[in-house]
Design a protein around this ligand. Sequence first.
Ligand code: SF4
Length: 290
Amino acid sequence: MKTSQDYTTKEALLELYNKPLLELVFEAATVHRRFHNPREVQMSSLLSIKTGGCPEDCGYCPQAARYHTDVEAHKLMSVESVVEQAKNAKENGSSRLCMGAAWREVRDNKDFDNVIEMVQAVNDLDMEVCCTLGMMNEEQAKRLKNAGLFAYNHNLDTSKDYYDDVISTREYEDRLNTIDNARKAGISVCSGGIIGMGEAVEDRIGLLMSYMEMETPPESIPINALVAVEGTPMAEQKPIEQWEMIRHGRNHENRFSSISRSLISWKNKNEHGGTGSMFYGWSKFNFCRR
Ligand code: SF4
């Protein structure tokens, strides 16, 4: 079986991507079993701690203030409410809480102080804490790490080439910098993308190449399928085929694996072996997909 070192070019990745589906699934499952118990899953709960009203223009996102969708903007939740939600999640079997805020970037203000408190409080419940708060600098990443943050989510969304068709209010490089800042602070990285936004297969491969080029690829690579929401620029996009999703991603139960797992598990073989998830049918009520 090939290793990640064999997949250093887009051509090699395309060849892997275009393998007969069952062969690809078998290969990915074999890699998965090498690093994980296939009967085990981790349950995580997602909580939108600050919804809507975002100044960015991500073409898929109903939380962007400039699009007319039925998402209502809410202020940051209180620390008490977040702790209550975290306790509920834990009682229902989750060992990780992911908190998302629809911000362009982290600012050094009272809201960020409150998020730090939330991270500490959830960490004290003996749960893994993950955040997605937009762009952040190295100092902010260190504060989150010191508060007990386990993972930071910041998606690249798509390939560098297709990126400008999706977002104009920040650069691909900005995203890479935030991922780098999380890494430098010793935070586990969760970063993935969305398929079904009108991109070509080459763009999906380009997204994976961006991760393969990192010294340490993300421990988690969530692959999302677009849910076209009325009022966003992508409202008319057709849903992608489930087969495409299986080829590209993996689901919550880790039963279907494919190209992402094949690649990243090899690359991360001394770490977590890749612990990604797939959000098939990302809904407008979920939090920011950075
Ligand atoms: S994906 Fe995140 S950054 Fe982009 S518009 Fe939505 S909330 Fe804002």
